[in-house]
Write a protein that binds this ligand. Structure first.
Ligand SMILES: Cc1cc2nc3c(=O)[nH]c(=O)nc-3n(C[C@H](O)[C@H](O)[C@H](O)COP(=O)(O)OP(=O)(O)OC[C@H]3O[C@@H](n4cnc5c(N)ncnc54)[C@H](O)[C@@H]3O)c2cc1C
Length: 326
């Protein structure tokens, strides 16, 4: 273990200012990922700023402006919220398919979007990982890559993004609201996570000392007809092999509008806009769903051991869309 300072902030302005004064600072929310990274010596902050007691960031609001989660809302509270379950089932389902009840009781919405990849090489200090140690190489490229990404990878990194919630939120055009010393920002979630390219250590557009204060989901009437389907190696307490978040406006058997995002296959939560385009205006039937699924994975580049994810993701997407039709 290594020495670090631990402190609690009084309010948002206080923690953002404290973090801006110390480049080695990291925020701590539920701690379900952060503590593991500290113990594994993957993350070595000089200062840990506990944000869990900040006022007013634990609220869920729903109304004409859509849905707003404070960054400190617990995953379990979001999943149980009646308006979330009724109006955005894809969010509740993605949350309930995540981790375990104990972890969901601790973990927060903000922390979930910023959890680090589960790539074993990233979390193992004894191996090469460009994300953990830029320039050291990527052991996954020719190693144990069964769980790795088939979309959005580069010659430097093929680690998948692990969050289920982010997949549902990116399908719904969610926006991340931040606070920072020079003033906060509103960042569309689709632009929030970065592709690895040749800088896999940079995972989001967040600047140092920038705090997520909320995540907003715009109103979308047909989000009440939405679904999250996840396939994993065991039935609970496991990350996605592949997953699909879908929502559709279907009238007289025709798809008027549709939202599709994939998890477990991308280096970031993967919005499948081309597949949405292929499906819009088409009859809601298996043939249309299969065409959209083929389009969604058209750019996939498998590594040695994860080629199975391509047909699996296509089948899961067809099944998720078929669920909406029923
Ligand atoms: C055994 C296990 C199984 C899991 N299974 C799944 C799963 O199936 N699906 C899934 O999606 N997740 C899964 N998870 C991951 C879990 O959901 C995350 O660990 C959790 O959501 C992180 O939230 P937290 O509040 O604990 O974040 P922390 O661990 O406190 O923080 C995580 C990161 O976010 C930063 N951070 C936190 N809050 C903010 C903020 N407001 N602004 C800026 N930075 C912030 C921290 O600095 C840190 O870098 C699993 C975890 C475990 C341990």
């Amino acid at each position: 273990m290594f020495p670090f300072r631990y402190e609690r902030g009084r309010d948002v302005a206080d923690v953002v200012a404290a973090a801006a004064r110390d480049r080695s600072a990291e925020f701590l929310a539920g701690g379900t990922d952060m503590l593991q990274l500290l113990k594994d010596d993957v993350c070595r902050p000089g200062r840990i700023i506990d944000v869990t007691r900040l006022p007013d960031l634990d609220r869920i609001e729903y109304g004409g402006q859509g849905l707003r989660f404070g960054a400190l809302v617990k995953m379990s509270d979001a999943a149980d919220h009646p308006e979330v379950r009724l109006n955005y089932p894809v969010i509740a389902e993605a949350l309930l398919a995540s981790a375990s009840p104990q972890i969901r009781n601790m973990a927060t919405i903000g922390g979930n979007l910023l959890q680090r990849t589960r790539c074993v090489y990233f979390r193992d200090h004894g191996t090469a990982c460009n994300k953990r140690e830029p320039g050291s190489g990527c052991a996954a490229l020719h190693g144990e890559n069964r769980l790795h990404a088939v979309l959005g990878g580069s010659d430097h990194c093929i680690a998948t993004h692990a969050s289920d919630l982010a997949v549902a939120l990116v399908a719904l055009d969610a926006v991340v609201v931040t606070a920072r010393a020079g003033g906060g920002r509103r960042i569309p979630l689709e632009e929030f996570h970065l592709l690895p390219g040749d800088t896999p250590e940079r995972e989001t557009v967040l600047e140092p000392a920038e705090l997520i204060v909320a995540v907003e989901v715009p109103p979308l009437a047909f989000a009440s007809r939405s679904h999250y389907l996840k396939v994993r190696d065991r039935a609970s307490f496991e990350f996605a092999l592949v997953s699909a978040a879908v929502a559709a406006d279907i009238e007289d058997g025709v798809i008027r509008a549709v939202r599709i995002a994939l998890g477990g296959v991308g280096t970031k939560p993967w919005r499948a806009r081309e597949a949405e385009r292929v499906l819009t205006g088409q009859p809601a039937n298996p043939a249309s769903f299969e065409r959209a699924a083929a389009q969604a994975l058209a750019g996939a580049r498998p590594a040695e051991r994860n080629g199975f994810k391509i047909p699996l993701a296509q089948r899961i997407l067809v099944r998720a869309l078929s669920h909406l039709k029923a």
